[in-house]
Design a protein around this ligand. Structure first.
Ligand code: FES
Length: 151
């Protein structure tokens, strides 16, 4: 009898109801479980010049030669290990975008004409203005350190 009481106290409701023949589809979780969050980004394994500075921010050292295309206004690159497109807008601004196409999510098929990114999969173009459908991330530039808030 004591074991049955302990079971009812500790088992989650759906299991108890299921043992009583009442089907309910629901995840079993406790308040403790819901506080566990997975990291939203990871430190790139193939790029020592960038690192996650906090859970959602990415710091990029622009002195690294792999980012040399960002030195000139209009220069851009697809930072595939972080799934972001980076484009130099001015001396003081670099924008960052999700490299997943808003149309069907294709990645890494981009070209850039100076104002629009075009996805080669179906030929759709998206503005690099942060007001279009291509997801834009907040960035800040401090010297040669670019910080991207991946949200
Ligand atoms: S998936 Fe990019 S244009 Fe269709």
């Amino acid at each position: 009898m004591k074991n049955r009481r302990n079971f009812l106290k500790t088992a989650c409701k759906p299991i108890v109801l299921a043992t009583l023949g009442i089907p309910i589809i629901e995840a079993c979780s406790t308040e403790e479980d819901s506080n566990v969050t997975a990291p939203t980004n990871s430190t790139p394994t193939d790029n020592s010049s960038s690192q996650a500075s906090s859970s959602n921010e990415l710091e990029i050292d622009l002195d690294d030669n792999r980012f040399s295309s960002l030195k000139e206004v209009g220069g851009w690159l697809n930072f595939t290990s972080e799934n972001i497109l980076l484009v130099r807008i001015s001396d003081s601004e670099i924008r960052a975008f999700d490299n997943a196409c808003p149309h069907q999510g294709t990645r890494n098929r981009w070209s850039f004409d100076g104002s629009n990114f075009t996805c080669a999969r179906h030929g759709n173009s998206f503005s690099a203005s942060c007001s279009g459908s291509l997801k834009c991330f907040d960035t800040s530039l401090d010297g040669n350190i670019l910080t991207v808030d991946l949200g």
